[in-house]
Design a protein around this ligand. Structure first.
Ligand SMILES: Cc1cc2nc3c(=O)[nH]c(=O)nc-3n(C[C@H](O)[C@H](O)[C@H](O)COP(=O)(O)OP(=O)(O)OC[C@H]3O[C@@H](n4cnc5c(N)ncnc54)[C@H](O)[C@@H]3O)c2cc1C
Length: 500
């Protein structure tokens, strides 16, 4: 991080939230010489990436794909450490399986040539086109890392630079990925392989810029990794790092009010007590931080602003423990057996519970038996759904049961009788656990008008010592993006506050 070493010189920063962005920011600020206190409403660290243990099973509650290992390496290198100092990773092969019908599936390999052959077998000429598609994706990834992702967008002029405008066309910023991928591939299945990851960005292929085809470089070249023990071991590593730098954590401390006088935030009130601070970095959900914790004169973005945003989906999550193995699924399995545009429409166009849906299954015991009792299988089944739907008990039970039925379809055998642990987590739980606006799982979608400078700012415009990080801010959703957001926001805070 630029800025003089130890520029914080003992000033106290309170970081609100101990998710990935909060954990990363806490370490980066401690390294700059700030005295850092983290206030977290829940009993443990991780935020969306919390670990849930039940009936002998260990579930990563949210993220399960460890992508972009370079970003994690860069983060730990700021402290002269490596990820391996805290956790081990293994590359998955196959990376994942996609079902298009009950017996119709493809496996995406860690070997690029195998994927070229797979594409060629689906559509003549598609093998070479995949090479071209991924070559362009790698170019976009490099441009993003070197030019855009770590950038502090202060104003519209930082976005509309000559380079952005000339590169913008080359990087396909102004075209959606659905149209872009159609120019390469006719086969619907191939387009789905290249576009499913838009859900990771909280969007659909129709509302996400084709710049994000860079994820195909991540997927096909960099690979899909697994931190042994699960994502929880990364959280544990980041917490240990922070503690080794002197960061203090207070769990079960929910911030209930940010006390502002004039343009300065002076105190942070929690359900337990009140804390002074020289500066505050909010990593809790941005909308909650503004609407619920600040009085209107101090809000940069009022409720009207949030109402007009395109929110990323919520999800119905099923944490399932099985007695015995579940056949036909890999560590990561996606099922696109139904018309996926109808499912996307039920999320973004006309929010409703979808009649038919795609889903994702994470079965970490396929790689790591330590996360279940002997002979058992740990599974997380995720169905993206619109946020702000009514998820009463009866609706979500019915929906979950249907999802298990679809899983039985691809497993090719009855599974219900072997479920020995079962927990449902849906919109209301995202609201309750994380103060998530409308129960969104991922915050704000990455539409063009919600990317880069158009995402909510890292700086409050109304309060001089209040800053924001996390998935709502630039660069956006995902664990690697949370780390980058932490780096950008911590640098801004350190630079500005050490001058004062
Ligand atoms: C189901 C799901 C699957 C995902 N899959 C992947 C994946 O496979 N790979 C990937 O890279 N990313 C994935 N993501 C995205 C990734 O998990 C998030 O983008 C990232 O974890 C967000 O981190 P954050 O720090 O911004 O927010 P959070 O993790 O939400 O952290 C914010 C913290 O603030 C706390 N908080 C809220 N309000 C208060 C308050 N008033 N006082 C004190 N504390 C408060 C919350 O409890 C929380 O701990 C997934 C997300 C979900 C939900």
């Amino acid at each position: 991080m630029a800025g003089s070493a130890h520029s914080g010189s003992g000033k106290r920063v309170v970081v609100v939230g101990a998710g990935f962005s909060g954990l990363a920011s806490a370490s980066l600020l401690a390294r700059e010489g700030f005295e850092v206190l983290v206030l977290e409403k829940n009993a443990s660290a991780g935020g969306r990436a919390q670990v849930y243990r039940k009936d002998g099973f260990t579930f990563d509650m949210g993220p399960s794909w460890y992508l972009m290992p370079d970003i994690f390496e860069r983060f730990f290198s700021h402290f002269d450490r490596k990820p391996e100092d805290y956790y081990q990773t293994v590359r998955l092969d196959p990376s994942y399986r996609i079902f298009f019908g009950r017996d119709d599936y493809v496996d995406i390999s860690a070997d690029f040539e195998a994927n070229v052959a797979l594409f060629e077998s689906c559509e003549t000429g598609a093998g070479e086109k995949l090479r071209e598609y991924v070559r362009i994706a790698a170019y976009k990834y490099d441009a993003a890392i070197n030019e855009f992702l770590y950038k502090d967008y202060r104003s519209i002029f930082d976005f509309f630079t000559r380079r952005t405008m000339t590169e913008g066309r080359k990087l396909h910023v102004f075209e959606n990925i659905d149209r872009y991928a159609s120019r390469f591939f006719k086969d619907e299945r191939l387009r789905r392989i290249l576009q499913y990851s838009m859900v990771f960005l909280g969007g659909s292929p129709a509302n996400t810029p084709a710049l994000y085809s860079l994820l195909s470089h991540v997927d096909f070249n960099m690979g899909v990794w697994y931190p042994v023990g699960g994502i929880g071991s990364v959280v544990e590593g980041m917490r240990k790092l922070a503690e080794s730098l002197g960061v203090q954590f207070l769990f079960d401390h929910e911030v209930t009010r940010l006390g502002v006088r004039g343009r300065r935030l002076e105190s942070i009130l929690t359900n337990q007590s009140s804390f002074p601070a020289d500066a505050v970095l909010m990593s809790a959900d941005y909308a909650h931080s503004e609407i619920d914790l600040l009085l209107p004169p101090h809000q940069t973005y009022r409720e009207d602003y949030w109402k007009k945003r395109v929110m990323a989906p919520s999800a119905v999550m099923l944490y399932l423990g099985f007695d015995g193995p579940v056949p036909n699924v890999l560590h990561h399995t996606l099922s696109f057996q139904h018309d996926w545009m109808k499912h996307f429409d039920a999320i973004f166009k006309a929010p409703a519970w979808p009649e038919e849906f795609s889903y994702y299954v994470c079965c970490p015991t396929k790689t790591d038996p330590s996360v279940a009792p002997p002979g058992c299988e740990t599974m997380v089944l995720l169905v993206p759904v619109a946020s702000a739907l009514d998820d009463d008990d009866e609706t979500r039970e019915r929906f979950s049961d249907k999802a298990v039925g679809l899983l039985e379809d691809i497993a090719g055998e009855p599974l219900r009788d072997r479920i020995v642990s079962r927990t449902i987590f849906s919109q209301r739980d995202f609201r309750g656990a994380f103060n998530a606006y409308k129960g969104t799982a991922l915050g704000l979608s990455h539409t063009l008008m919600q990317s880069a400078v158009f995402r909510p700012s890292h700086r409050s415009k109304k309060v001089d010592n209040l800053y924001y990080t996390g998935q709502y801010t630039h660069p956006g959703i995902g664990l690697p993006m949370a780390l980058i957001s932490a780096e950008v926001a911590s640098k801004i805070l350190a630079d500005e506050q050490s001058r004062k």
